[in-house]
Design a protein around this ligand. Structure first.
Ligand code: NAP
Length: 288
């Protein structure tokens, strides 16, 4: 199917940045949000030409991106499922996929749903946080539902590729475990690290004074949007806890074996450094 009209629901960091990325790509774009003030801002800043708080506008769309907060994703699916055309592909941006896919797959209504999760973002939120180029070269996970077919996935992939993203297919359960490892558990550690320094009565103040780029990089995720952080922790708790247990195991392992005279340890440590160096280029972007 040729996708001509795309609706984006939830004009915040992800939805606004998505509209910016889709602009001038030949699609008719419709922005839908909850608050009129957000819609007005999107129109005033020329992020999109058609925007409204009226959810009925999804009727026109060939593809709908749901970019609301995680905890509004299912409500929004329910709200639009009987309004969209039968051929309309629905996707989302929620950072967790298991609970969304479970809902869609157990639903009695057939919707052409393909779950999505852009692996890009910032700690900011709202339409003011929307930025150009956010998805350029970003991985974008797709988790097909039982209702979606190969052509739905291909059509969605084409749109994502048109904005420079790199679609990756995954099972929802595996996705949720993987993001616990590389995103959700690190966010919790980042918050815990910042909290531990701030609560240190003895040298906390001095530590903050001395902190430089290492501490900055390790604690960037501690500024994550609180609604999103809360949804991630509450909906992915078991995977986050398993990931945390594994990090503690690795920390203990390193702590016990850190010895420059142990050639086996030095070899293994060197391999980890090599692997890490190979992941990002000098600009900090993913190499693969
Ligand atoms: P955000 O900046 O808070 O934007 C969400 C927007 O949704 C808000 O600006 C709000 O706009 C609107 N909204 C709230 N409830 C709504 C409703 N019931 N109907 C329609 N619009 C509604 O959040 P975000 O960071 O863009 O996150 C959106 C989704 O992307 C989440 O599922 C998140 O997990 C995912 N994601 C986020 C990141 C990240 O780094 N932030 C990365 C990847 C994926 P109003 O002003 O109109 O209320």
């Amino acid at each position: 199917m040729k996708i001509k009209t795309i609706a984006v629901i939830g004009l915040g960091l992800i939805g606004g940045s998505l509209l910016k990325a889709l602009k001038d790509k030949g699609y008719k774009l419709i922005g839908i949000s909850r608050r009129q003030s957000t819609v007005d801002k999107a129109l005033k800043d020329r992020i999109v030409r058609y925007a409204s708080i009226d959810i009925n506008l999804v009727k026109e769309a060939d593809l709908v991106f749901i970019c609301t907060p995680i905890n509004k994703t299912i409500d929004t699916i329910e709200l639009i499922k009987d309004k969209v055309k039968p051929t309309c592909i629905i996707t989302d941006a929620a950072s967790l996929k298991g609970f969304v896919l479970e809902h869609v797959n157990n639903s009695a209504t057939k919707i052409r749903f393909v779950g999505g999760h852009p692996m890009a973002g910032t700690e900011n939120r709202g339409i003011e946080a929307a930025v150009d180029g956010l998805f350029n070269k970003a991985k974008w996970v797709l988790t097909p539902s039982k209702w979606s077919n190969d052509s739905d996935i291909l059509d969605l992939q084409k749109v994502l590729i048109s904005i420079g993203a790199r679609p990756i297919l995954a099972k929802a359960e595996a996705h949720d475990k993987a993001v616990a490892l590389i995103s959700h558990m690190p966010m919790l550690i980042s918050q815990a690290l910042f909290k531990s320094v701030s609560e240190n009565q003895e040298v906390g103040d001095l530590a903050f004074k001395l902190a430089a780029s290492g501490f900055r990089d390790m604690t960037r995720l501690s500024m994550s949007n609180v609604e999103m952080a809360s949804d991630m922790i509450n909906l992915n708790r078991d995977n986050i806890m398993s990931a945390l247990v594994d990090v503690i195991r690795c920390a203990n392992d390193l702590n016990e074996n850190f010895n420059t005279e142990n050639s086996d340890f030095i070899h293994k440590y060197g391999k980890l450094i090599k692997l890490r160096k190979e992941m990002y280029n000098s600009d900090g972007n993913n190499i693969t």
